[in-house]
Design a protein around this ligand. Sequence first.
Ligand SMILES: NC(=O)c1ccc[n+]([C@@H]2O[C@H](COP(=O)([O-])OP(=O)(O)OC[C@H]3O[C@@H](n4cnc5c(N)ncnc54)[C@H](O)[C@@H]3O)[C@@H](O)[C@H]2O)c1
Ligand SMILES: [Zn+2]
Length: 374
Amino acid sequence: MTDTRTVAVTLGERSYDILIGSQLLEQAGEEISRRFPGSKIAIVTDTNLADLHLPTLEQSLARAGVTSTSIIVAAGEVSKSFVSLQTVVDQLLTAKLERGDFCIALGGGVIGDLTGFAAAITRRGMGFIQMPTSLLAQVDSSVGGKTGINSHHGKNLVGAFYQPSLVLADIDTLDTLSQREFCAGYAEMVKYGLINQPDFFEWLEGNWKQVFAGGAARVQAIARACRSKAQVVARDEREAGERALLNLGHTFGHALEAATGYDNTRLVHGEGVAIGMVLAYEFSHRLGLCNDNSATRLVAHLQAVGLPTSLAQIPGGVGDIEGLMHHIAQDKKVNRGTLTFILVHGLGQALIARDIAAGDVRSFLIDKLGQIKS
Ligand SMILES: NC(=O)c1ccc[n+]([C@@H]2O[C@H](COP(=O)([O-])OP(=O)(O)OC[C@H]3O[C@@H](n4cnc5c(N)ncnc54)[C@H](O)[C@@H]3O)[C@@H](O)[C@H]2O)c1
Ligand SMILES: [Zn+2]
């Protein structure tokens, strides 16, 4: 069995631990009863996880004498909705959970975001534990306290900053994740290397096969990613500044997701981020910010693991330049008419670039689309 690693998220009285390791689902009951004695638990999960991993967690809690109830919602983004939020809150109240009791989010980013928000608003704030089961959730969404649901106005527009009290990332749960979803999460892991840890990027170039295989290298990589995010969050919990760096690749990526109608068969979030990060490097090069071979190295690495790196790889295309520019303008990183992009000077050297002219973005994307005249 691989050793468990602990990453501390330092946020004053809202500080918490992230445990990363094997068989944490089996140990969860013991861990929770030791840390939060006497608390009742509601596990919120989706229909996929209910079959795969919920029984192990339920049995673990029961063995440790912890009372639990399970709330199961539909799998997928559809559950980040007011309807699902109401279902979860209602069932928490029906189960008579009190403010000092805990909701466990057992699932990917969807379940983490929904459950965290439900915990934040039920009884004005209940206990919350993240048990992320997708790679994306283990390296990104379970850390940092952003929770919420979607509105018909857009994604993640309704929510709260609400930190968990504990994160248990069991790497064994990733063995049931599809290769495609694993790759998508891996793109977010690469992102931390690109932002400010060139040595981590280099390590991933040499060790990605072991990370995909599981075991100690996987634990090490997830811990490194979590530590990286935790440090940024500790310095800028509410994204007043530096935390925006975590959006590297996301302005382009979100536009691509929107342009494909959020159709997961065509593009999943991490794939949009992978292509978006490549675009950010190429755009930085075009603006004269990044003049080395970073983009080539990034493309080579993403291709090696099986991630897409260009617009041409998106099935069904991404529409025309007007559509893409519209989606970019809709992205929340737009401030009073000018565009804010996370750009780069090189590998591990990201920066927040405000005042990027829309015309520069447009001409860059026209070239990328390859067929549209302005
Ligand atoms: N809060 C944040 O800081 C933050 C950051 C990034 C992304 N997000 C959000 O996260 C969501 C995406 O997360 P995601 O990619 O994990 O999506 P997801 O939760 O929909 O999971 C993807 C799919 O994988 C399945 N799955 C999850 N774990 C599994 C496992 N171990 N075995 C088999 N199948 C499994 C799920 O049932 C689902 O069908 C988006 O809604 C996004 O907005 C939030
Ligand atoms: Zn992302």
